[in-house]
Design a protein around this ligand. Structure first.
Ligand code: AMP
Length: 286
C-alpha cells in the first residue's frame, strides 16, 4: 500500500481555482507550488497531483491516483466507468449542439450528412448514432466555436454555460447533449485499508458543499409568534429556540436554503421577527 492517498485534479482551466478553493475550504493545508505536479497536504495523509483535466480519469482508472476531480463531460468523453462519489456543484455547463445564428436549421435531424466540429468526439458520435443521424464528426482540441466561420463544419457540439461565448461567435444552440458539473471519482482498486481515510476526505468535502447551499438565520420574536415563524423555517431538523432576557421574547436560529433567503426575510419580518441576521456556514455534517 502507498503511504499517502493521492487525489488527481486539473492543472489548467476552469476547474482549477474552484477545486483548489474546495480543498482549502475542506480544511486541507497545502501550497500550490505554482501547480507543479504534486502538492503535499500538511495536515492529512494526501498528495494532490495536478494533471490535465482530460487525464484525471486515466490516472484514477489506472490506480495512479486513488481519487480525482474532473468534469462529468470529460468522464463521458474518455468512456470511463468510474464511480462518481460526489457531484461538486461547480463547473456546471451543458454540452450542446449549436449552429450559426443565420442558419435555417432548427432541429438536430436536419444536420444529417453535415459536418460537426467538437472537442467531445466520442460523446458526439454516440449522441448522433443514438438518434440515427449520420454526420461527419470533425475532432478538434480547442477553438471549436470558430469552426463554422472557418468553413470547417456546419455545426458544433461544445460546452456552454451562460451562452455568451456562443452568442459572441454568432452561434445558437438547438439541443443539449448532456449536462455536466465537476465530480469526485474514486479508483475501483482502492485498498480496503484506505476506506477510513477516503471516507474522512469525502465527509470534509461534502461538508463544504452542503454548507455552500445554506445560510444560518438568527432572529428575535415574541414567543407567541413561534408557530408562525416555525412554519416558515424548514431547518436541518427543527429550529433552536432560546429564551431572551426580556420576558416573552425568544431568539430563533435555523438553517435555510441559500437560494430561499431573499424570499424568506420579508415573510419572517411580517410574521413578527426582528433583528434578523443571515450568516454564512463553513461546513455542515448532517
Ligand atoms: P477548460 O477549462 O475549458 O479546459 O474546461 C475544463 C472543464 O471545465 C470542462 O471539461 C467542463 O467540465 C468544465 N466547464 C465548466 N463550464 C464550462 C464552460 N462554460 N465552458 C467550458 N468548460 C466548462
Amino acid at each position: 500500500m502507498r503511504e499517502r492517498l493521492r487525489l488527481a485534479i486539473p492543472n489548467k482551466g476552469r476547474l482549477v481555482e474552484p477545486s483548489v478553493a474546495l480543498l482549502h475550504g475542506a480544511g486541507l493545508i497545502f501550497e500550490e507550488h505554482d501547480r507543479s505536479l504534486v502538492a503535499r497536504v500538511q495536515n492529512f495523509s494526501l498528495d494532490i497531483l495536478f494533471v490535465r483535466a482530460a487525464d484525471v480519469a486515466e490516472f484514477v482508472t489506472d490506480g495512479v491516483a486513488d481519487l480525482g476531480i474532473t468534469g462529468a463531460d470529460l468522464l463521458a468523453e474518455t468512456g470511463s466507468n468510474l464511480a462518481i462519489t460526489r457531484s461538486l456543484g461547480y463547473g456546471r455547463c451543458r454540452l450542446a449542439v449549436a449552429v450559426p445564428s443565420g442558419s435555417t436549421v432548427e432541429r438536430t435531424e436536419e444536420l444529417a450528412g453535415q459536418r460537426v466540429a467538437t472537442a467531445h468526439p466520442t460523446v458526439a458520435r454516440a449522441f448522433f448514432a443514438r438518434r440515427g443521424i449520420a454526420i461527419d464528426v470533425i475532432p478538434l482540441s480547442g477553438a471549436v466555436e470558430v469552426a463554422p466561420r472557418l468553413g470547417l463544419a456546419e455545426a458544433i457540439v461544445d460546452l456552454v454555460s451562460t451562452g455568451s461565448t456562443l452568442a459572441m461567435n454568432g452561434l445558437r444552440s438547438i439541443e443539449d447533449v448532456l449536462e455536466s458539473e465537476a465530480v469526485l471519482v474514486a479508483s475501483p482498486s482502492i485498498e480496503m485499508g484506505r476506506a477510513a481515510e477516503i471516507h474522512a476526505l469525502d465527509t470534509m468535502i461534502g461538508a463544504v458543499i452542503a454548507a455552500r447551499e445554506r445560510k444560518y438565520v438568527m432572529m428575535n420574536a415574541p414567543a407567541e409568534r413561534l408557530p408562525m415563524l416555525e412554519a416558515l423555517l424548514p431547518g436541518l431538523e427543527s429550529p433552536s429556540v432560546i429564551p431572551l432576557a426580556h420576558a416573552g421574547m425568544i431568539a430563533i436560529h435555523s438553517v435555510v436554503g441559500a437560494d430561499d433567503v431573499w424570499a424568506l426575510l420579508p415573510r419572517l419580518k411580517l410574521a413578527g421577527a426582528s433583528g434578523i441576521l443571515v450568516l454564512p456556514i463553513e461546513k455542515i455534517v448532517p
